[in-house]
Every structure is written in C-alpha cells, then in structure tokens.
Design a protein around this ligand. Structure first.
Ligand code: 4NP
Length: 153
C-alpha cells in the first residue's frame, strides 16, 4: 500500500484535479486497493469548500467527477501519514520544506518531473479562463498514468 498526498496552494484547482484523475485511473486499472490518496493545500483560504467550479467543470468534461472533494489544509501529521507528497510547482516545494517536521517520513516530489521526467511545473490556473483550466487538466491527465506506473513498479 502506497499513500500519496497531492498538494497545491489552495487545494481547489490543481491538487483536487490530480486526486480525482488519480482515483479514476487506479479504479479503471483495478489497482485502487494498492493505494491510499488524498489532496490538501498549503493555504487555508478554501478549507471546507468544494473545488473551484471551473476545475470541476473542466474535469467533468473529461468524465472525471470531483464534486465530492472538500478542500483541507496540509498539517504536520500529513508528513507522517503519507509516503509521498506531490507538489505542483516550485513554490509548493518551498512551502512544503517550510512546514516539514523533523523526522518526516514522507518523500516530497514535484508532479511533472517525477512522473514525466520533464522539468516542468503545473502552473496555477486560479483566476484564469477555461482554456487555462483545460491546459492544467491536460498536463495533470498526462502525468497521472506514468505516475501510477512508476508507483506500481
Ligand atoms: P490551486 O490554485 O493551488 O491550484 O488550488 C489556487 C487557488 C486559490 C488560491 C491560490 C491558488 N488563492 O490564493 O485563493
């Protein structure tokens, strides 16, 4: 069992999208029981809320349901509760380092370099239009299958 926490700044656009695409993919592959997953944000602005409506709409257009997801903030316990914490951009990685407790067992990695071997971030789409959300979705959707493959070893 591998446990994975997707994180971003707000836990309302990128990391819930990654969580929903991951859930859909491992379920389709029949390997959901090999994983535990969740998503969280470095910030607290959206705690308790459903994901950003544009992110939900974009994912739904690709057959991915994220209506049940609720934003939460990452905490120190998460560094002990998860094997792998996956950020979206360099700011996320800096933010993770800043709150990482000593003795943390979690490995922290950035999604696209880890999954696709490309030095690329998933840019923050917040406040942009539908095309930007489409690009965000496309990049996450490209990264998740090779991520799962890598984790299945
Ligand atoms: P996310 O996007 O990190 O992909 O969820 C953001 C959402 C909200 C904010 C920042 C980023 N915000 O500042 O409220």
């Amino acid at each position: 069992m591998t446990s994975i926490l997707f994180i971003c700044l707000g836990n309302t656009c990128r990391s819930p999208t990654a969580e929903a695409v991951f859930r859909s993919h491992v379920t389709k592959l029949g390997v959901a029981d090999r994983f535990r997953w969740d998503s969280a944000g470095l910030g607290s602005w959206h705690v308790g809320n459903q994901p950003n409506p544009e992110a939900v709409r974009t994912a739904a257009g690709h057959g991915i349901d994220m209506n049940d997801l609720i934003s939460r903030q990452i905490g120190a316990d998460d560094f002990h509760a998860f094997d792998l914490i996956i950020g979206m951009d360099h700011d996320n990685m800096v933010g993770l380092e800043a709150i990482k407790p000593s003795g943390s067992g979690a490995e922290t990695v950035m999604l696209v370099p880890y999954a696709l071997g490309r030095e690329e971030i998933v840019p923050d789409p917040y406040g942009f239009g539908p095309e930007v959300y489409e690009n965000t979705f496309a990049l996450i959707n490209e990264a998740i299958p090779p991520l799962v493959e890598r984790l299945l070893g």
